[in-house]
Design a protein around this ligand. Sequence first.
Ligand code: FMN
Length: 175
Amino acid sequence: MKDKIGIVYATVDGQTLKICNELVNILKQNKQDIELYSITEFSKKVTDFDKLVIGSSIRYGVHHEKIIEFINANIAQLDTIKTAFFSVNLVARKPEKNKPETNPYVIKFFKKIDWKPTVVEVFAGMLDYKKYKPFDRIMIQFIMWMTKGPTDRNTVIEYTNWNKVKEFGMTILKV
Ligand SMILES: Cc1cc2nc3c(=O)[nH]c(=O)nc-3n(C[C@H](O)[C@H](O)[C@H](O)COP(=O)(O)O)c2cc1C
């Protein structure tokens, strides 16, 4: 069946968008009708879509404010279609924290919001100290030190599991 699928994202350094682009590829290969929007440019109605995917990265423990506002403002409409939510963060690089039920940010997010998407997923993001402003770099180095990750400022590691992204795309197709 051909569905109209919207993907709405919030990113700062581009990793969430990269994941969205991969989802677009997978869904297009499967003949779906896809529209991709940054949260700042999304002006359609939720109900214009059969399925809506919402993705956000984590900054200092929280998902992007505009994503939270958007969900809160549209909960009733979101409940009338199939929905998927995914979170991107570095804590999810740890096997014991890479599932929606075990990732602290996802757990906290759904405790605060009265929305139950059809599908939820969490992906590990990108670590690239050179991209961060000095304050942010020091903070991320501290977070990584606390969680026993790399602290060398030359580190560039993409932790995202692309097979998992593919599986998420296939799940979106099936719901
Ligand atoms: C300023 C800043 C704060 C971050 N805070 C967290 C955090 O609290 N927990 C975490 O797991 N990852 C944190 N991250 C890592 C990002 O979630 C990760 O790099 C992700 O890939 C960013 O996705 P984006 O490029 O789509 O914004 C932070 C990154 C930056 C630059």
